[in-house]
Design a protein. Structure first.
Length: 225
């Protein structure tokens, strides 16, 4: 169950959409109750619920403060793939403090999410609420070549033949994980021509396992968890 709710702030009130109304009903929130809310941009609100409709709700703001974002920037480039595994990966990346998530299409992508922006954002929202995160990470579906313009200077490619994770890292880090079938030869050459390869150990891991492990390591180094 979510620990906070998401709402869109007005002058002295917060508006909630149908997704939040569903959660309110599941949690048996009634008119007059006080709940904790975020706008996903660092806003932390305490509101009293005024109206709960079928597809929307509204509450009056009792208090408001801004939660400062954590230092550093952690960016994930995850391969497009089966929804069940991708959704789980997104949820865990949110919990681990990732700031930006890019789902990239490549030559061997089995599924694309270009037209699923709202679906991706809902997963991010629910995961952020669950772990009480006031800054929701950005998420977007991109093409493979977009990685090169979006990646921070210190971006690493997960590769079984790569080097160990460096002990000292930049405050702006990117991680690129390959799809289940791996990158094509051309894609691999392009990536290795710009980004450093790192290895996570002796075993060959599934892409979502590799992502969670690497995100956990870098998140700890950046103090995000």
């Amino acid at each position: 169950m979510p620990n906070i709710f998401y709402g869109v702030p007005g002058d002295s009130f917060i508006s909630f959409d149908e997704h939040e109304v569903t959660h309110m009903k599941v949690m048996r929130i009634k008119q007059g109750e006080i709940i904790d809310v975020t706008d996903g941009n660092g806003g932390k609100y305490k509101i009293i619920v005024d109206v709960i409709g079928k597809q929307s709700a509204q509450g009056k703001v009792l208090s408001h403060e801004f939660v400062e974002p954590s230092d550093g920037r952690l960016v994930l480039f995850a391969p497009s793939g089966r929804w069940e595994r991708l959704r789980w990966t997104i949820e865990k990346a949110v919990e681990l403090g990732v700031d930006e998530i890019y789902i990239f299409n490549n030559e061997r992508a089995s599924r694309h999410y270009d037209d699923k922006q709202e679906k991706l954002e809902i997963v991010v929202r629910e995961a952020s609420k669950q772990c009480v995160r006031y800054h929701f990470p950005d998420i977007k579906s991109i093409e493979f070549l977009d990685i090169f313009s979006l990646a921070p200077e210190s971006t690493y490619m997960l590769d079984f033949k790569g080097r160990k994770i460096p002990k000292r890292i930049s405050k702006n880090v990117g991680i690129i994980a390959g799809p289940e079938g791996g990158f094509s030869k051309k894609e691999t050459e392009l990536l290795k021509g710009k980004f450093r390869s790192i290895c996570l150990g002796k075993k060959i891991l599934r892409f979502e396992t590799a992502i969670i492990l690497s995100m956990g390591v870098f998140s700890m180094k950046l103090g995000k968890i």
